[in-house]
Design a protein around this ligand. Structure first.
Ligand SMILES: Cc1cc2nc3c(=O)[nH]c(=O)nc-3n(C[C@H](O)[C@H](O)[C@H](O)COP(=O)(O)OP(=O)(O)OC[C@H]3O[C@@H](n4cnc5c(N)ncnc54)[C@H](O)[C@@H]3O)c2cc1C
Length: 473
């Protein structure tokens, strides 16, 4: 069977399904090909399941300290089966929501493995998509005017640390754990590694993080990393930084043992399990790129600012093109690509305005550049910082660690970056993002009235602190 479309999207993850909805809103006849489940990594193996587990861990940790709030409980215990059940229920509900949105948008969904064919009897240009259907029915042939490749990514590992799903896991396997280990080694102290470290520690697991860089979450502002390091240690997490894991020393026998080169010496670490979180690899194989002129650079599909590949009618978005591998980035790239296909003249995506979040306990969020990056770019910077310790609502919450930091240009008053660590800061970063989109100055941020008592008062105070005028410091 062959079907004609204005647009066929390969991959129904966050990038793919959001692009499909926008395409349908713009009147394009659209289909999605998805080999697994609509919603992709974010919904089934990423953002949502990990945040559901993090929330359970936070509730457990808070319950253990409920006496601090004057709430006396008898024994607090954990039913990890129920924790997983709750996570799965949330995923199911959201999955049904995405399926409903596809029906509402009259978007055809082909459940199967899609592959781009070269020029064929159907079309003189590469882009015809053959779909090997999951249900074993005859292959479908889709003939689109345009294609978006949104095939996402999968966990990367290191040679020697091959995933066995038992002793050595990636986040995919860790999300499916039926019982918690009593101890774990996490290789990689980036965003995913630190979220897992925080969560497992809050669940009562003994955690060791081994990080190659000289600090955890090394892409964040140095002061944020330092504070996170302090707070993770306060939780009892063992952090080993500047450490090169010697994968060849891994022993998988009744637990794991692995050595790492640290500060000129070699140390051995032991635990029940090992979680590898060293980044993600783009899904570029087996999708027919060899039938096209599409270029893959350093493992990712290369595109221009409107996400066109070397084949101008084939676009690529999301994790498969690399850069910031985030769900909201994938979906916005999808929207820009579709607007471009529909001739709507979209503005190119400004990655400097993308907010980045870490959902550990405490949370981290940031937008724009760090203080060091600003200096490297030649800015004369002024910095405003304000601690949550002086914020009433943070004390009420019982979570007063952390701060808000605003980096601004001394001459132009431009806000260059906003960095936060503390309670609920992932829900607060959008104010800073909007300020940067609107080209606001710290003065304008400060004169946006922040209601009392709220955590957002820390932003207003940090903005005043940029010019040395914070009220409560
Ligand atoms: C543990 C974890 C936590 C995360 N937490 C966050 C978070 O809190 N916030 C955030 O913004 N991001 C988070 N991310 C990242 C986020 O999940 C990804 O950036 C996002 O899912 C990328 O979307 P995508 O559409 O590019 O790819 P994906 O979501 O990976 O979707 C790609 C889809 O394509 C399908 N596919 C692949 N090949 C084919 C083919 N040949 N035919 C048909 N279908 C195919 C796959 O089955 C998949 O469904 C997290 C990731 C992980 C692993």
């Amino acid at each position: 069977m062959s079907q004609e479309y204005d647009l066929v999207i390969l991959g129904g993850g966050t990038g793919g399904y959001v692009a499909a909805i926008r395409a349908s809103q713009l009147g394009l006849k659209t289909a999605i090909v998805e080999k697994g489940k609509l919603g992709g990594t974010c919904l089934h193996k990423g953002c949502i399941p990990s945040k559901a587990l993090l929330r359970s861990a936070e509730v457990f940790a808070t319950a253990k300290h409920s006496e601090d709030f004057g709430v006396i409980t008898s024994v607090v215990s954990l039913d990890f089966g129920k924790v997983q059940e709750r996570k799965n229920k949330i995923i199911d509900q959201l999955h049904k929501g995405v399926q409903h949105l596809m029906k509402q948008g009259k978007i055809d969904v082909y459940e199967g493995l899609g592959r781009i064919l070269g020029p064929s009897i159907f079309s003189p240009m590469p882009g015809t998509i053959s779909v090997e259907m999951n249900n074993g029915q005859e292959n479908e042939m889709l003939i689109p005017k345009n294609v978006i490749v949104a095939t996402g990514s999968r966990p990367r590992t290191l040679p020697g640390l091959e995933i066995d799903g038992d002793y050595v896991m990636s986040s995919d396997e860790a999300l499916q754990l039926e019982a918690l280990p009593s101890s774990i080694i996490i290789v990689g102290g980036g965003v995913i590694g630190i979220e897992w470290a925080s969560m497992l520690s809050d669940f009562g697991v003994e955690v060791t993080v081994i990080e190659y860089a000289d600090r955890i979450i090394p892409t964040e502002d140095k002061e944020i990393s330092k504070e996170m390091q302090r707070l993770m240690k306060k939780k009892g997490i063992k952090l080993v930084t500047g450490a090169k894991v010697l994968a060849e020393t891994l022993v998988r026998d009744n637990g794991v043992a692995i050595s790492a080169e640290v500060k000129g010496g070699v140390k051995e670490y032991k635990a029940d399990k090992l979680l590898v979180s060293v980044g993600r690899q783009a899904n570029t194989e087996g999708i027919g790129l060899e039938n096209t002129e599409i270029q893959v650079e350093k493992g990712f599909i290369a595109t221009n600012e409107f996400f066109q590949t070397k084949e101008s009618h084939i676009y690529a978005i999301g994790d498969v093109i690399g850069g910031l591998q985030l769900a909201h980035v994938a979906s916005h790239e999808g929207i820009v690509a579709v607007q471009h296909i529909a001739g709507k003249d979209p503005s190119p995506f400004d990655y400097n305005l993308v907010s980045r979040c870490i959902y550990s306990n405490p949370e981290v969020s940031s937008v724009g550049i760090t203080e060091d990056q600003a200096k490297e770019k030649g800015h004369k910077v002024k910095v405003g910082k304000f601690s949550f310790r002086a914020i009433g609502k943070a004390l009420v919450f019982g979570e007063s660690d952390g701060f808000v930091k605003i980096v601004a240009d001394e001459e132009t008053n431009d806000i260059l970056g906003v960095h936060m660590i503390g309670p609920h800061v992932t829900d607060m970063i959008t104010e800073a993002g909007l300020a940067m989109v609107l080209d606001a100055t710290p003065w304008e941020m400060a004169h946006t009235i922040h209601p009392h008592p709220t955590l957002s008062e820390a932003i207003g105070e940090a903005a005043l602190a940029v010019d040395g005028k914070a009220i409560h410091s």
